[in-house]
Write a protein that binds this ligand. Structure first.
Ligand code: SAM
Length: 180
């Protein structure tokens, strides 16, 4: 988030067609819950376009990149690398240490799709489980970011939005962002 060291999310692996929705949701969740950017595999252009469209309409700052070298990004990251996996240490046991590390340096959160190769487990500073049960990269990422930011991401200000949702008890109101 603004005025804090960067938080980036990298999505490992993408099967076009089958994973389109999930990869898009990884990016939308990263954006909505306080990350600064997402790096998607280079065959995920469709997901990138959807995330960019949402950012144009509902605001940023948030950026989306395609990359063919996900593993190099993880290996060469200058900061803390957190790999989310059901096999990892319990998030509730390591969240304070990770938050303290992120106070001083950028953080890269890594999520998989299919089987994640073991060298990613070795390259990570933390392998973190959001429960040690199998579920989804979207759910794991959401809980992790909320723990990292301690809920501050929910009050984040959006910049350059064309439209905004009016929170209300019942109804679905969307207004141009420059209208009160
Ligand atoms: N079975 C695959 C493996 O062994 O690497 C993982 C497949 S899972 C559907 C896809 C991704 O969801 C994982 O790579 C991980 O990032 C995330 N994930 C699933 N369960 C998780 C959990 N309990 N905690 C954190 N992340 C989880």
């Amino acid at each position: 988030m603004q005025d804090e060291p960067e938080v980036a999310v990298v999505r490992l692996g993408h099967r076009p067609g089958r994973d389109d929705r999930m990869t898009t949701h990884v990016g939308l969740t990263a954006r909505a819950l306080g990350a600064d950017r997402v790096v998607l595999p280079d065959n995920a252009a469709k997901s990138r376009d959807t995330i960019e469209d949402i950012t144009e309409r509902f605001g940023g700052p948030f950026s989306v990149e395609l990359s063919g070298s996900q593993k190099a990004l993880v290996r060469d990251w200058d900061g803390t690398v957190v790999h989310l996996t059901m096999y990892g240490e319990r998030v509730q046991d390591v969240q304070d240490e990770i938050r303290a590390a992120h106070g001083d340096e950028p953080l890269l959160a890594v999520v998989g799709a299919e089987k994640v190769p073991f060298d990613v487990y070795e390259a990570a500073d933390y392998n973190v489980g959001v429960t040690n049960q199998p579920h989804s990269e979207v759910a794991g990422l959401a809980v992790f970011l909320d723990r990292l930011f301690e809920g501050r991401e929910l009050d984040r200000e959006w910049v350059d939005a064309r439209q905004r949702v009016v929170p209300e008890e019942t109804g679905k109101t969307v207004r141009p962002a420059d209208e009160e």
